[in-house]
Design a protein. Structure first.
Length: 331
């Protein structure tokens, strides 16, 4: 049965700003492995072809001399993974709602991973040598080795005396490091020639990151009904962030949460939007007033609830051009 808790229990009107938290049952990513394989089999890459005998009418199976293994395609119709934001659009699938006031501190942070990367001249030459080897070579590793050896010899022949000394030092260092010597080639070259290899240092994109959101809510129940509501809210968060044990072998993924800033019934026109999130950390301070105080029914006078949510899917550029991405600051 769906639940609905709201703190405080004051009336929400068209000008009220609040945070809506919808509890959803987790769905695993929809990876279409079997559809990808079946889709390729329909192209005729089977093990045999079928014809009908013209005299007796029975089926004749002619086996192919070369069996073609179906290729798995990644993308539309292939290994397509349904993203988190597309899996939870049906409102009827929600387990319940929690409505809380917008906290005193509202913030969002977006990150992408960029890492410094270096490529010394010999590594670049080795890659160039590998790229020159054609796919028709049967011994691909031997061809790359021969191409790289020839390129290194040409580099050595065309180098100046200092450059040749640096090249010799580089290969000597590689040989010594084979015995776990851990010698830094740039340090050795700097000591002998006063130079170091150009590292071709550059900042390169290395992937996306999942966003994290932290919230702090202060509860000061004014009546028995609000105290009961606060207790239900705390229990609901604890219960739904916990894993489910269906058997002694497997654990079921905890439920997840869809957050949304709202004004009345409408989405907030300015603040950021959220993808579905997992509640990864929760803490409750039952002495929010600075010391332990309770009402007659044992309910604490003041409590502080801290929640940490992590989105289960990263944000991409195209997300800002559709749905919630077009409202306010987007995601």
């Amino acid at each position: 049965m769906a639940f609905s808790y709201r703190y405080p229990d004051a009336q929400i009107d068209n000008r009220t700003d609040y945070l809506e938290i919808k509890v959803l049952q987790y769905k695993p990513p929809n990876v279409q492995f079997q559809e990808a394989i079946d889709g390729n089999r329909k192209t005729g890459n089977g093990r045999y072809s079928v014809t009908t005998d013209p005299t007796f009418g029975h089926e004749i199976r002619t086996f192919n001399t070369e069996q073609v293994k179906p290729k798995l395609r990644i993308g539309e119709g292939g290994l397509d993974i349904q993203r988190g934001k597309d899996q939870y659009k049906n409102k009827e699938e929600s387990l319940g709602y929690i409505f809380l006031p917008i906290p005193q501190r509202v913030a969002d942070s977006t990150e992408v991973a960029w890492d410094a990367s270096s490529l010394n001249p010999f590594a670049a030459a080795g890659i160039a040598a590998g790229m020159n080897v054609t796919g028709s070579d049967k011994n691909i590793l031997g061809a790359i080795r021969d191409e790289g050896s020839g390129l290194a010899q040409r580099l050595f022949n065309d180098a100046t005396d200092d450059q040749r000394r640096a090249i010799q030092t580089f290969f000597a260092t590689q040989a010594v490091n084979a015995f776990n010597a851990n010698v830094n080639v740039n340090e050795v070259i700097a000591r002998t020639t006063g130079q170091i290899f150009n590292q071709n240092l550059e900042l390169l994109f290395n992937g996306v990151k999942l966003r994290e959101f932290r919230f702090e809510f202060n509860f000061t129940p004014r009546r028995r009904k609000e105290s009961q509501t606060v207790k239900n809210i705390i229990r609901t968060f604890k219960k739904n962030m916990s894993a489910r044990r269906e058997s002694g072998v497997f654990l079921q993924t905890p439920n997840i949460f869809q957050l949304c800033y709202k004004t009345g019934r409408q989405k907030h026109a300015y603040l950021n939007s959220f993808f579905p999130t997992a509640l990864t950390n929760m803490s409750v301070d039952y002495t929010g007033a600075g010391r332990y105080q309770t009402y007659e029914d044992t309910s604490p006078v003041s409590m502080v609830l801290n929640l940490t949510f992590n989105e289960i899917s990263p944000i991409y550029q195209k997300d800002y051009d559709s749905d919630d991405g077009l409202i306010g600051v987007g995601y």
